[in-house]
Design a protein around this ligand. Structure first.
Ligand code: 15L
Length: 275
């Protein structure tokens, strides 16, 4: 880490699935890492520092980020949900986070965006980070909102923001769709580190994906910033295909990158969906 790199890092959503996977890796990179969520992770270690905060309460978010240099914002609702849930956790909560970051002069924010911002792109299309968003869910819309908010706070207030359109984080791909979008916890932390430390960051949208032969995404910008993923989904293909056989077909979801997020509540003519 260079002298100019952020040192006091806050991780929101620390008790969630992704937060739990990357906490130990981040803790060794950023001593003094502050973990936050509404409720403390069950397995909090004595050496870990936890500050509770509800993202819908501006005063709690302001207190959380008051002395931070960088924030990794994983907090919020991480799947599709009722509008009121998405509104509170991902729209209002995300606004509160960026606004608190501005007031506290936080230098870097990593925003955990999602592949569901572009879920209605067909699987046969390769896309970069600059395509028009085609969300597949209220959740995907909320992540597109977060990316727009991130651009505003970068352009207007100078916060260096990296939006990571995360695929699916885990130790291995869960099914055939995840062979395209899987990312290992180690590779995700590598991208977070680029977002926190690379001197050229102003506003970036990068795909949170490992080195997957079946990827649908052009992640050249991430590589230009130094990303060198070590995860390779193909090494897990037989496991993913076996799991897929158990799941069975999804006539709508199997066409689109967002999978079941596209088929849930779907009431369109299939030929009229997606770009
Ligand atoms: C996401 O954005 C979710 O947070 C995660 O739970 C998975 O559903 C993932 O996308 C996915 O598309 O597999």
């Amino acid at each position: 880490m260079s002298d100019a790199s952020p040192r006091r890092i806050v991780l929101t959503g620390a008790a969630g699935g992704v937060g739990t996977m990357i906490r130990p890796l981040l803790g060794s990179l950023y001593p003094g890492l502050v973990l936050s969520d509404r409720v403390a992770p069950a397995n909090l270690l004595p050496a870990e520092r936890f500050v509770p905060a509800d993202l819908t309460r501006p005063s709690e978010v302001a207190a959380l980020v008051a002395s931070a240099d960088g924030v990794i914002h994983l907090g919020g609702h991480s799947v599709e949900g009722p509008w009121e849930t998405i509104l509170q956790a991902n729209i209002i909560g995300c606004y509160n986070l960026f606004e608190a970051a501005r007031q506290a002069r936080v230098r870097r924010v990593i925003f955990a965006s999602s592949n569901h911002t572009i879920g209605f792109y067909p699987r046969k299309r390769r896309i970069g980070p600059d395509v028009t968003v085609r969300p597949d869910s209220r959740y995907g819309v909320s992540k597109a909102f977060g990316e727009a908010l991130a651009a505003l706070y970068s352009d207007k207030h100078g916060i260096g923001v990296t939006c990571l359109r995360i695929g699916n984080v885990g130790s291995r791909p869960l099914d055939v769709r995840r062979l395209s979008i899987w990312i290992s916890p180690e590779d995700l932390v590598q991208l977070i580190r680029i977002g926190l430390e690379h001197p050229d960051i102003r506003f970036e949208i990068l795909y949170g994906v490992s080195d997957n032969a079946a990827s649908w995404w052009d992640n050249a910008r991430a590589y230009a910033l130094g990303y060198r993923p070590s995860g390779r989904a193909e090494e897990h293909r037989s496991h993913a295909e076996a799991e897929q056989a158990r799941i069975g077909p999804d006539p709508v979801g199997d066409l689109f990158q967002g999978g079941t997020f596209c088929s849930a509540e779907f009431s369109n003519d299939i030929t009229r969906a997606g770009p």
